[in-house]
Design a protein around this ligand. Structure first.
Ligand SMILES: [Zn+2]
Length: 256
């Protein structure tokens, strides 16, 4: 971002602005705001809903977790809240950054898309991005993906986890060099979830142009796990599976 644009944003956002480092070339800049609670920052969705991000720990390898991206798949949202509480009581030699809900406008409407009708999991600057109404006119055309993109650049994670749900769930899908983490997550989730069998699924079975998985895993080379809860997964089982799975992969992150 050039200095003039940064100053302009600072004047718009006022004293709460944490920094002006977050911008995407060729698209409108997104600025993360620092909340009064330590370790909490927020950005805004298209309709000015809050996208809350919590950072737990501040040293060691970065792990970035997205609690929701498709608003019609709310199964991961409540478990993410419980996960944050649990992780805050642990001490991990890692920097764990959790975006509670990347698509709060979609979650409010129970819509897969954001408020502009774009699928936030097709809007990434991946090598297979395809421009369309649902994917966005260009990659990172959406304010929500711009924010998530800047977080990935800033945290430079060794592992990314994003939560979805699907009728054929639950399973763990992965992109990039993520099979080791996927196996560990699926095994721990299966042990912890009393009402479901968790599997590993290397391929979603359909094309996902411009997905976060392709951008992060294939193009960036960073392991990414796509966690697919069962559609309608009960909260207790989903929470148990998520906490066990994340703890298991964190163990692997800090020992590898
Ligand atoms: Zn999804």
């Amino acid at each position: 971002m050039n200095k003039a644009a940064c100053v302009m944003l600072l004047s718009v956002c006022g004293a709460a602005v944490a920094g002006c480092a977050s911008s995407v070339a060729g698209s409108s800049a997104v600025v993360a705001h620092e909340a009064e609670t330590p370790g909490v920052e927020y950005a805004y969705s298209q309709e000015r809903r809050t996208i809350l991000t919590r950072t737990i720990g501040n040293a060691g390898p970065g792990v970035l977790i997205f609690g929701g991206i498709h608003g019609s798949e709310p199964e991961g949202l409540a478990p993410t809240q419980r996960l944050i509480e649990v992780l805050q009581n642990d001490t991990w030699p890692a920097q764990i950054v959790v975006v509670e809900d990347m698509n709060p406008d979609g979650s409010t409407l129970l819509s897969r898309y954001n408020a502009r009708g774009v699928d936030l999991n097709r809007n990434w600057p991946a090598s297979n991005f395809e421009s369309s109404f649902r994917h966005g006119e260009e990659a990172l055309s959406e304010i929500e993906t711009q924010y998530a993109y800047t977080l990935i650049q800033r945290v430079d994670p060794v592992l990314v986890i994003v939560l979805h749900s699907i009728h054929s769930g639950p399973f763990v899908n992965y992109d990039g060099p993520g099979i080791g983490y996927a196996e560990v997550f699926a095994s721990a989730a299966d042990d912890a979830d009393r009402s479901h069998t968790w599997n590993l699924q290397a391929d979603m079975g359909y094309e996902t142009p411009g997905s976060m998985g392709t951008y992060v895993g294939v193009d960036r080379g960073t392991p990414i796990l796509t966690i697919e809860f069962d559609r309608g997964h009960d909260e207790e089982s989903a929470t148990a599976a998520l906490i066990a799975g994340v703890r298991a992969v964190l163990d692997k992150v800090v020992t590898d």
